[in-house]
Structures are given as C-alpha cells and as structure tokens.
Design a binder for this molecule. Structure first.
Ligand SMILES: NC(=O)C1=CN([C@@H]2O[C@H](COP(=O)(O)OP(=O)(O)OC[C@H]3O[C@@H](n4cnc5c(N)ncnc54)[C@H](O)[C@@H]3O)[C@@H](O)[C@H]2O)C=CC1
Ligand SMILES: C[C@H](O)[C@@H]1OC(=O)[C@H](O)[C@@H]1O
Length: 256
C-alpha cells in the first residue's frame, strides 16, 4: 500500500475527482478528512463516502465548510490532528467553473470563482503547511489545477487564471517548503466527466469535439486522476516537487 496509515485531507471530496481520490487514498491505506461545502444537499453523498471508506478498513471524517472561507483550511487541519494525529497529505481539489462569456461576466461570478478556487486554496495550503512544519516529518501538498492552467477558454476567462494561479502557487510553495521536506505539486486534469461540466457536455457537438481532440479516444473519468494523485502523494514521488502532472488523455499535445 502506497499510503499506509497516512492522514490525508481532500477538499471538495463529496463527488467527482475528489471523491475518487478519497477512495483510492483509503484503498492505499490512508485515513481521510473529507472536506465538503457544508451544504445539507451534499451530506447524503458524504455519509455514503464515509461508509465506503470504512468498508475498506480505513477511517474517514467529514468537515463541512466553504472553500472560500480563509478559516476552512485550519478547520480541516484541526480535524485531521484530532482524529488521525496529524496531516501527511493535503489535496486542494474544491472548485467551480460556472461557464460564462467574458464581456458580460457578472462581477460576482468572477469573485466567487477566484475566491473558491484560488484565494481559499492559498489559506488552506498555508494551514496544512504550518501543521506539516510543526510535525517535522515533511508532507505532500497537491493542488488540483487543470489543463486550463496552460490553455485558454472563451467561456472560462474567470476560471483559467485560478488554475494557472494554483499551478504557480505549487511552484512557489515547492521553493518555500522544500527545506521542511514538504513537496508541492500540481495535478492538471484534462476534460473529465463530472458535475462541473455536466451542462456544458450535454451539448453533443461540444462533447464529440472534446472527445475527438483526445488521442486516447474518450473523455476522462474521475478514477483516471486517482492513480496519478496517489503517486504524487506517496513516497514513490519522494524527489518530485514543483512539478505539474497533466492527466488529459493527450488532449493538450493534439494540435493536428
Ligand atoms: N472535470 C474536469 O474536467 C476538470 C476538473 N478540474 C478541477 O477538479 C476539481 C474537482 O472538480 P470535479 O470533480 O470535476 O467537479 P465536481 O463539481 O464534481 O466537484 C467539485 C467539488 O468541489 C466542491 N465545492 C464546490 N464549491 C465549493 C465550495 N465553495 N466549498 C467547498 N467545496 C466546494 C463540490 O461540492 C464538489 O465536491 C475542481 O477544482 C476542478 O476545477 C480540473 C480540470 C478538469
Ligand atoms: C469544467 C471544464 O469542462 C473542465 O475543467 C477544466 O479545468 C477544463 O477546462 C475542463 O474542460
């Protein structure tokens, strides 16, 4: 097992990529703090996830708190310390992408996206890093960035800068935290079928176009990210920091 007895925090773990990551971390021996928005509508999914993790013989606790709140990171860390004795891995995954055109972007849509995806992440990563430093045994921090950190999207002008920001945050944190043995890396998914793009991909033409751009011939599934994420979290990646791992079925390199 690659994460035996590790204490892992994952934000936005109620569904999608975060959920698949939580299950794979547990399968690899970790106990998991499940960060979720705190909305009552997510609670049933979170309870189901806890049961699934417990069925794997591991422990899980849920912390409901909005990603955009600068105090949320510390709440997650406190839960990990109290329940599992510390933090070994912190995964910043929570995110939103409300597709919208640029020229008439509502101010609040822009602010919500930046606050949820990037500003909250900064404070959460800071809280996790301080705990790891206190523990003195290093750690791994992973930000779920995106292929959108590298390329643009006309309906994503508020979103792509947050993903580029997360990539940059991991690069700078790798420098700042390397002396403490804390590795910081970015995971860059391509187009993965989840709730975040359900509406967008309901357009069959768009869906076919996105799948057609992908050399591996299909859109991604949340499980496709789980293995690469566990790799970055584990000692298999002990000399990997400041890196970005693109997991996109080859979409990015497919020009013609
Ligand atoms: N699905 C895709 O094609 C890609 C997704 N990503 C990123 O992966 C991450 C996970 O997204 P998916 O699993 O695809 O979508 P999803 O919509 O299924 O999951 C997003 C998660 O974030 C949580 N979340 C949203 N707003 C929150 C808030 N204010 N506070 C706390 N939690 C909040 C949701 O409850 C959910 O658990 C996001 O950061 C997204 O930007 C990156 C590249 C591609
Ligand atoms: C939400 C999008 O479909 C998805 O998110 C990203 O980061 C990429 O742009 C994907 O296509």
């Amino acid at each position: 097992m690659l994460l035996a007895d590790k204490s892992v925090i994952i934000t936005g773990a109620s569904r999608g990529i975060g959920r698949a990551a939580a299950i794979e971390c547990a399968r690899q021996g970790a106990n998991v703090v499940i960060g979720y928005s705190g909305s009552p509508s997510s609670r049933a999914a979170v309870d189901e996830l806890i049961q699934e993790i417990e069925a794997l013989g591991r422990r899980a606790v849920a912390v409901g708190a909005p990603a955009e709140d600068p105090d949320t990171g510390q709440l997650l860390v406190d839960a990990a310390v109290e329940q599992f004795g510390g933090v070994d891995v912190f995964v910043n995954n929570a995110g939103i992408c409300p597709f919208h055109s640029f020229l008439d972007m509502p101010r609040q849509t822009y602010l919500d996206t930046v606050n949820t995806n990037l500003n909250g992440a900064f404070f959460a990563v800071q809280a996790a890093a301080n705990q790891m430093k206190r523990q003195g045994r290093g750690g791994a921090i992973i930000a779920v960035s995106s292929i959108s950190a590298l390329v643009g999207g006309g309906m994503q002008t508020h979103y792509t800068p947050t993903k580029a920001g997360l990539l940059s945050l991991m690069q700078s944190c790798a420098v700042a935290l390397g002396p403490y043995g804390i590795r910081c890396n970015a995971l860059l998914p391509g187009t993965i079928e989840t709730d975040i793009n359900k509406e967008d991909l309901a357009d069959q033409k768009k869906r076919d176009y996105m799948a057609g751009r992908t050399p591996l011939g299909r859109l991604g599934r949340p499980e496709d990210l789980a293995g690469p994420l566990v790799f970055l979290a584990s000692d298999m990646a002990q000399y990997v920091t400041g890196a970005s791992l693109l997991v996109d079925g080859g979409m990015y390199v497919n020009l013609q």
